[in-house]
Design a protein around this ligand. Sequence first.
Ligand SMILES: N[C@@H](CCC(=O)N[C@@H](CS)C(=O)NCC(=O)O)C(=O)O
Length: 203
Amino acid sequence: MLKIYHSKQSRSMRVVWLCEELGLPYEVEHLAMFTPEMKTPDYLAIHPLGKVPAIDDGGFVLWETGAIFEYLVARYSDGALIPPRDTREGARAAQWIGYGENPLTIIMGEIAAHGGPIPENMKIPALVERGETIAPALVGVVERGLGDRAFILGENFSAADIMLAFGLNIARHLGFVNEGTPGLLDYCDRLMARPASQRAAAV
Ligand SMILES: N[C@@H](CCC(=O)N[C@@H](CS)C(=O)NCC(=O)O)C(=O)O
């Protein structure tokens, strides 16, 4: 069975959510964030930087959320959730899947982590300062991309929405998604109300 290396409330939630949307059976190995258990030789053999997510699919190990998404959808879905790569819609999905990680989640994650839970000796205050300067523009890109549509690709939910939701939720927690961005507030609520995202959040 597909194994997902996962830390609660981390990026790996997106992989669990995708599997829930696909109805794909999986098992989870939990790793505690910012602890030595993520940096053991055994786990570094799975993910070379000792991060999550990573998957092990019958001995095939893969890391990087975007690559995991493409692999799981190509292998286990009927094409739902990521349109074919050789179509414009597929290229647009790749654009938002990429953007959902870098810069959106990278920058929001840096502000949240370096302004909060990481150990003091790992904190870099300049990352918080830089992130707070560019965060409104990063969120604005998604707001304009979404427009008045239900999902980022249009009327249909896709894996790109999962990728964006994670970064936007951190942005919301940090106050960059707020009453001044009502379309994004509704978008976040719509995504987090999906039964699959709620099941994933509980894993
Ligand atoms: N671009 C990578 C980022 C992976 C990443 O930074 N994961 C975080 C979880 S939110 C992590 O494992 N951090 C622990 C650490 O850096 O030690 C991906 O999307 O898979």
